[in-house]
Design a protein around this ligand. Structure first.
Ligand code: COD
Ligand code: ATP
Length: 331
């Protein structure tokens, strides 16, 4: 299963992008919708809200008074934290149930507004951020949802900054233009990256990416490496005792040095057995092993002697991962 996290600030265009991804074949898990379900009348979520905030947060029909709740929590960080404490664990539990029900070969898109705020990025194979300028978002939400400018800005102020979203984004989708432009960008993303990535993941195949010539030093590569390392750490969480370190290595890790746009990572493990144990989880994490062609003189072995080579299945972000045993020649 390819897991994609889709996020962006209020009104950025997540639902618009998710709708197109659903048409293309993705299974959508919508956090805003689940956040409504877990506080529907009769739920323990709604009961806990009443205990925390009083029945002034209920309408005459006994449903959550969303405008009243919104007015309170987007003006008061402590109240927002309290509401989040009630709603987020319930949404997380429901999300886990839905993910468990999805087909093993599904492409699941998790539409989650607070992905960056809640530190969830490492849990996905790919994080897609939809962005529109603040002024554009204000104008669209005033027009389409009759929100006041003040209400939109209060929500924006309670959410992650653009810089924080940029650091988390594997894909940045600009939605300042027309919906048809965004739709075309989503279609291209689907055919050029998401579908082949999902295919590679299913078939345990590293991405076939042309190795580019060295280009100038790019500090963003360290950020990208950091994202991949966090992802690997999250995915290999059950194997902590077998892992010594996961590091960004090679030319792309050296400040000021020109390098081909292929990240190199090194995973140091405690033993040869640990390297073997990690083969399957690394494949699920999006780093299948590179196998040597039986009849070629040229070994598709890594340059790091004694290392096992794994390679990213993501065609949009070339990365090699050397798995070495601590104390061996390659480590
Ligand atoms: C405060 C509530 C009742 C207001 O309801 P309302 O119908 O006006 O808004 P809705 O739920 O449709 O959310 C619209 C957008 O507001 C923003 N937003 C919602 N909750 C939050 C929050 N806790 N922090 C920051 N932004 C938020 C998101 O961009 C979201 O997409 C509601 O948003 C809520 O229960 N929020 C807490 C749960 C939550 O965090 N939901 C977000 C995804 S899990
Ligand atoms: N490119 C666009 N041009 C014009 N209007 C747009 C465009 N993209 C989205 N919209 C409109 O802007 C509003 C916000 O978009 P959308 O609902 O997709 O954002 P969202 O990120 O899902 O919002 P929320 O944070 O509330 O969940 C919607 O009314 C939508 O129809």
């Amino acid at each position: 299963m390819l897991r994609i996290g889709l996020t962006g600030g209020i009104g950025a265009g997540k639902s618009t992008v998710a709708k197109r991804l659903a048409e293309l074949g993705a299974v959508i898990v919508d956090a805003d919708r689940l956040a409504r379900e877990v506080v529907a009348p009769g739920t323990d979520g709604l009961a806990e809200i009443v205990t925390a905030f009083g029945d002034r947060m209920l309408t005459a029909e006994g449903t959550l008074d969303r405008p009243a709740m919104g007015e309170l929590v987007f003006a008061d960080a402590a109240a927002r934290a309290r509401l989040n404490e009630i709603v987020h664990p319930r949404v997380a539990a429901r999300t886990a149930e839905l993910l468990a029900q999805a087909a093993p070969d599904a492409i699941v898109v998790h539409d989650v507004p607070l992905l960056v705020e809640n530190g969830l990025a490492a849990g996905y194979h790919l994080v897609v951020v939809v962005h529109a300028d603040e002024a554009v978002r204000v104008q669209r939400l005033r027009r389409d949802r009759a929100m006041t400018e003040e209400a939109v800005r209060a929500r924006i102020a309670s959410q992650a900054t653009e810089a924080a979203r940029r650091a988390a984004a594997d894909v940045w989708l600009d939605n300042d233009g027309s919906t048809s432009q965004t739709r075309a960008a989503v279609d291209l993303l689907w055919t050029s990256r998401i579908e082949p990535f999902a295919h590679n993941l299913r078939t345990n195949t590293p991405a076939m990416t042309a190795r580019s010539a060295a280009t100038g030093f790019d500090p963003n590569r360290a950020v990208r490496a950091g994202r991949l390392i966090a992802r690997l750490r999250s995915e290999l969480g059950g194997y902590d005792e077998q892992i010594v370190a996961i590091e960004h290595v090679g030319a792309t890790s050296v400040p000021g040095v020109a390098a081909p746009d292929v990240l190199e990572l090194m995973l140091t493990v405690v033993s040869a057995e640990a390297a073997e144990n990690l083969t399957a989880p690394l494949s699920s994490a999006g780093f299948p092993p590179v196998t040597r062609e039986p009849d070629t003189a040229e070994p598709s072995e890594s340059e790091v002697s004694g290392a096992r080579l794994h390679r990213s299945a993501d065609p949009g972000a070339p990365a090699d991962l050397y798995v070495v045993v601590a104390g061996s020649a390659g480590s």
